[in-house]
Design a protein around this ligand. Structure first.
Ligand code: UDP
Ligand code: MG
Length: 344
């Protein structure tokens, strides 16, 4: 934390009068991968030059503590198509992606890992799909080269779950090799481990998603930064994505439905017990049903209240940020083409 800042790069703004605006931005989060960097840079440059389209490579150094940054600085000094964004500490892969997206200028953004597990030669395949008109193209590691028990198995389960919950059916959410149209990524806000949900989030804002098989290699240097603990975070993030996707504009619909059900059932049991007491003249003080009735009523009221609070929060969210509850693709003969509000 108390790192005395090594003079950082000039502000990330346009000192680029002399360079052509890139069409493709490759964004790579990198954390302690010094051994992989030379090969990564070489193979990526080879693949991108072959495309014959202007490009930039954005490597986000996510607080590496090994020799990664000096090496990147050296490479960047020789190639202005390589941009290095150095974060102050390790913020995690999702944050590194977000930083990369903020610095990317290309119309198409390609993401991949720095550890040589993805193959840059797959990039043309992804771009071809984008050119077909898709907004998001996700890689599918058909022959994934990771351990089975703690990596592939949890990820198989996660892929199933995510596909079912979000209704965006992909075989491999975890693959970093993906391509996006810039407009789509701009709509997506990233928190937690959300980067793997970008296709789902993007599809919620109306993006068309495709999947293509890609190569995958075993990790050659360094080690994986993740283990099983990630699974828990991914499941929690899935709940967020599900909620944001289906109910974020009407939280009362989720909480209220549950609340009404609980309240209704509680009242029913209560009425039944009242009848037993006054019509049947029996003692109800010892009946477990009484406890259940009280619990259901209390929980029901709380859920409804929570939904109402949610409604207020959601209004603050949309109105304070001027966020409309819809997203326009385009307007024909409209006054302004900013996309959001259209005065007729
Ligand atoms: N990474 C990062 N910050 C982190 C952890 C990982 O930027 O806190 C990068 C890492 O350098 C690599 C990519 O994210 O380029 C994927 O990480 P890793 O290969 O460890 O994950 P796995 O492929 O095993 O899922
Ligand atoms: Mg990896």
């Amino acid at each position: 934390m108390n790192e005395v800042s090594v003079r950082s790069h000039p502000a990330p703004q346009e000192q680029t009068v002399n360079t052509q605006r890139p069409e493709i931005s490759v964004v790579i989060p990198l954390y302690n991968e010094e051994e992989s960097i030379p090969e990564l840079y070489r193979s990526l440059t080879e693949a991108l030059e072959a495309l014959g389209r202007p490009y930039e490579i954005i490597i986000v150094d996510d607080g590496s503590t090994d020799g990664s940054f000096p090496l990147l600085r050296q490479l960047a000094a020789e190639d202005e198509r390589l941009k290095v964004v150095r974060l102050r500490r390790n913020f995690g892969q999702t944050a590194a992606f977000a930083a990369g997206f903020d610095h990317a200028r290309g119309d198409i953004i390609v993401t991949m890992d720095a550890d040589l597990q993805n193959d840059p030669r797959d990039i043309p395949k992804l771009l071809a799909k984008i050119d077909e008109g898709y907004d998001i193209v996700s890689g599918w590691r058909v022959n994934r080269q990771d351990r089975f028990l703690d990596r592939k198995l949890p990820s198989m389960i996660a892929n199933r779950l995510i596909s079912n919950v979000t209704d965006v059916r992909l075989h491999d959410y975890g693959c970093s090799l993906k391509a996006y149209r810039r407009e789509v990524i701009r709509e997506v806000r990233l928190y937690g481990e959300l980067h793997r949900f970008i296709p789902a989030l993007a599809s919620q804002v109306g993006g068309a998603v495709a999947e293509v098989p890609v190569n995958h290699q075993p990790r050659r240097y360094g080690r994986s930064k993740y283990g099983l603990s990630r699974t828990v975070r991914v499941i929690l993030d899935l709940i967020t994505v599900w909620f944001l996707g289906s109910y974020s504009t009407r939280p009362l619909h989720v909480f209220g439905t549950l609340g009404l059900g609980s309240l209704g059932l509680g009242i029913l049991f209560g009425l039944y017990l009242t009848a037993v007491k006054f019509l049947g003249h029996q003692d109800i003080g010892t009946r477990p049903l009484l406890l259940l009735a009280v619990l259901l009523v209390v929980v029901g009221i709380q859920l409804i209240t929570m939904g109402l609070l949610g409604e207020m929060i959601i209004r603050t969210y949309h109105e304070s940020q001027g966020k409309p509850i819809y997203i326009v693709r385009e307007v024909l003969n409209g006054k302004e083409d900013r996309g959001e509000r259209t005065a007729q």
